[in-house]
Design a protein around this ligand. Structure first.
Ligand code: F6P
Ligand code: MN
Length: 358
């Protein structure tokens, strides 16, 4: 057995010691998040052995089917993190409104925003899912935060991360000084540093997008994907590979490990929804991780972390990953807006095309 390696608990204590103003509350909060993640990992690992049949499918605030494990994971995070005195409020994908800390517990200065089980439509088919979280500070003096206190741009995140329930269970975090990945060692039950200082290569030849939405995309995204699909004989002069897991957390992890591009862009499928992913507990934490690893995260028009939220469950277009590809797509958006791309004509998306625009 290898002992003496850096556990997550040791890492977060040492990381705080290096800070100008060490914060024991943040260390304690991350420790509680770690506990929540271990409970969720155990619940997920039991799969169909434990999932009780549901009489009636529940629906969450977004009108999406709520799996029993969505509800369990949400409850695990609330119970694991409400008691410690580091938080004054939480908000979750699964709850319509912010969750107030019960009156019997002390309050702290932080807000925890989370997606308890991202990609949960993959649970039935035993594909990787995860938990995404973001830590913000409540405005000075606030102990009973209102909705407005949560609506802070991603640049204000103090810490962000995700857990991955895959072949191995992982916890990947940033506290604003790089991105560090920990693998759960099942022999000792501790997250152990296995991926220090993760970096996204600037160049990539791999992209991820749900192409069944192609006809609803905006022209700059159609242009980008069309050029990738044309491969070596197209304008990019290189063959591209495509992946789509339909679990954002797993796609971002792949990008942190080997580079790549992930997109859930703006589309016209439902004009009320300018994107699929949620800003505060999906896009923002991932954007902070990606930037900390040297990548870029954008809406196509704006840096994701600069978007000022208007609503807790606001959706946003997401384009993130290797720097050079994200910058290229941002350029395609600018060229589209200025009309400079009118030369661009895609046989794939034109009238006689495979993915004909609606
Ligand atoms: O939480 C939203 C989510 O499940 C992401 O994890 C994933 O990237 C996306 O939705 C999958 O969308 P689609 O069902 O369109 O493939
Ligand atoms: Mn999600």
């Amino acid at each position: 057995m290898l002992y003496g390696r850096t556990t997550f608990s040791k890492f977060i204590i040492e990381e705080q010691r290096r800070m100008a103003q060490p914060d024991a509350q943040l260390t304690a909060l991350l420790n509680d998040v770690q506990t929540a993640v271990k409970y969720i990992a155990s619940a997920v690992a039991h799969g169909a052995l434990r999932s009780a049949p549901v009489a009636e499918a529940a629906v969450n605030v977004h009108g999406e089917e709520q799996k029993p494990l969505d509800v369990i994971a949400n409850d695990i995070v609330l119970r694991s993190c409400e008691w410690g005195g580091q938080l004054c409020g939480m908000a979750s994908e699964e709850l319509p409104d912010p969750y107030p800390i019960p009156p019997q517990y002390p309050r702290g200065r932080y807000l925890l925003v989370f997606d308890p089980l991202d990609g949960s439509s993959n649970l039935d088919v035993d594909v990787t899912v995860g938990t995404i979280f973001s830590v913000l500070a409540a405005p000075e003096g606030v102990t009973e935060p209102t909705l407005t206190d949560f609506l802070q741009p991603g640049t204000r995140q103090i810490c962000a991360g995700y857990a991955l329930y895959g072949p191995a269970v992982m916890l990947v975090v940033t506290m604003g000084r790089g991105v560090h990945g920990f693998t759960l060692d099942p022999e000792i039950g501790a997250f152990t540093l296995t991926h220090p200082d993760m970096k996204i290569p600037a160049e990539t030849r791999e992209f991820a997008i749900n192409t069944s939405n192609a006809r609803f995309w905006e022209p700059p995204v159609q242009r980008y994907v069309d050029e990738c699909v044309k491969g070596g004989s197209g304008p990019r002069g290189a063959d591209f590979n495509m992946r789509w897991i339909a679990s954002m957390v797993a796609e971002v992890h792949r990008i942190l490990v080997r580079g790549g591009l992930f997109m859930y862009p703006k589309d016209t499928k439902d004009p009320a929804k300018p994107g699929r992913l949620r800003l505060m507990y999906e896009a923002n934490p991932m954007a902070m991780l990606v930037e900390q690893a040297g990548g870029c995260a954008s809406t196509g028009r704006l840096r994701l972390l600069d978007v000022v939220p208007q609503d807790l469950h606001q959706r946003v277009p997401v384009i993130l990953g290797s720097k050079s590809e994200v910058e290229r797509i941002e350029r395609y958006h600018r060229e589209y807006e200025s009309g400079a791309d009118r030369e661009f004509a895609s046989p794939l998306f034109n009238v006689r095309s495979l993915f004909r625009a609606a």
